[in-house]
Design a protein around this ligand. Structure first.
Ligand code: SF4
Length: 131
């Protein structure tokens, strides 16, 4: 897993929302996972405070991570707020509409450039955590 910020347990949680910024967030987390910058995890399971099939809970799994990365498509911050609601820290927060910046739309008209830029934003923030 990731060594980018000195942690080998970086959890990537994307809002995966029903807008193109939500799907850029999803693809960003997937890309970073493929690059070994962290591991994508089921954000909705955390938000719903659900049990996992292995007997643990999604919240407990998120608590066990060294670094929790909330990748939200827009300022509603569904992932960031879900972590906060569960009493967990948001170690890295990215909001694509304001930080890319990028309009929230519903035509899913985006490509590799947007995904790469979002992944770069997250990677830079992970590096800035240091250690
Ligand atoms: S953060 Fe915004 S885009 Fe993502 S799921 Fe929530 S409302 Fe949708």
């Amino acid at each position: 897993m990731s060594q980018c910020c000195g942690s080998n347990n970086v959890m990537l949680l994307a809002c995966s929302g029903g807008s193109h910024v939500g799907q850029v967030a999803n693809d960003c987390a997937r890309r970073l996972t493929q690059l070994g910058q962290g591991k994508m995890f089921c954000a909705v399971g955390v938000a719903g405070k659900l049990d996992m099939p292995n007997g643990s809970t999604f919240v407990d799994a998120a608590r066990a991570a060294d670094v929790r990365v909330a990748i939200d498509g827009c300022g509603v911050r569904c992932v960031g707020k879900a972590l906060e609601s569960a009493g967990l820290p948001v170690d890295v927060q990215v909001v694509l509409t304001s930080e890319m910046p990028m309009e929230k739309g519903y035509n899913f008209d985006f490509g590799e450039a947007e995904v790469a830029k979002a992944a770069g934003l997250v990677a830079d923030k992970l590096k800035s955590l240091g250690s």
